[in-house]
Write a protein that binds this ligand. Sequence first.
Ligand code: SF4
Length: 350
Amino acid sequence: MKNYIIPIFIPHYGCPHTCVFCNQRKITGIQTDVTQEFIQNTIEYHLNRIRGNKFIEVAFYGGSFTALPLSLQRKLLEPAYRYMQAKKIKSIRISTRPDCISSDILDNLAAFGVKTIELGAQSFNDSILARSERGHTVDDILRAAELVRGHGFCLGIQLMPGLPGDTWQTIMDSLSQTIALCPDFVRIYPTLVLIQTKLAQLYQKGDYQPLSLKQAIQYAALMKLTFIRHDIQVIRVGLQASEQLDDGETILAGPYHPAFGELVDSYLFKIQMDQLLEGLPTKYGEIIVHHHPKDTSKLRGNKNCNLGLWYKEYQLKNIILKQDLATLHHVVVEFQNIKYSLNSDLLVMI
Ligand code: SF4
């Protein structure tokens, strides 16, 4: 059954901090107060548009949900919980800061039907967390993750490669520490420089340099591949495009692309295909690439860059793309009557 998320954005609600990169109001695009009526109307709006059988969840995004007073958390959860009791939605999820988790808070969330908690970890390096003015430590993340798991919630972790002081080594270390927590899913948001943030000031003074788009794609791709290999679902890579992010004014610098996730998948296809083609006598040969129809544009690459590169690097005479596989992210390459199966994990001859 497909998931359907009804998003409720609570910009900067409850958050006692201002991280250097944060401009929640710009990211969410919502600057008004969130009331019970607003939540109910939002849920109704979506329910009236959902077709077919879907696993429907209400998700409270943005801000730091559990930093709100318990009474306000209950007030916000109440409308969603009513729909859950009426069996119109299946689950509720929230995102929050690691230092705003306690047993009492989790008991309250469970009582109102929350099933999934996403922790904004961002990095597993204390110095990077301090430079980002996160206001919490790695120990806070570990403690919160254990509590969330211990209370039976589904656990999500958000990571932000490219924070001040981040290097490939620290990113890899955050990756390993995240894997050690065995989250149910992760989100990867390469750091962007938004206007009206402290990071924007640091950037303008020359004290912070964001990742380039190319670096961010490569880092995010390798992170995604590693998570998949550890059976950890990657549910989002890069911020979702929105009018605000695309207005040409909100993002001052950094690796933003409205189709960032697609570029990452495209790069993953490239490295998997490279791994295969490098070992084959492809000169003047022909390959047939079987794949799922929804993967064609990712396989081709942005402006056909993958195809162009494979023709050039491996001196192929012909590349035939066949949309005849039923599994996404899976490719079977036929060369000289031998089939090679490529997936995120390994290369198998079939
Ligand atoms: S914890 Fe989240 S909402 Fe609060 S300032 Fe940081 S990024 Fe923004």
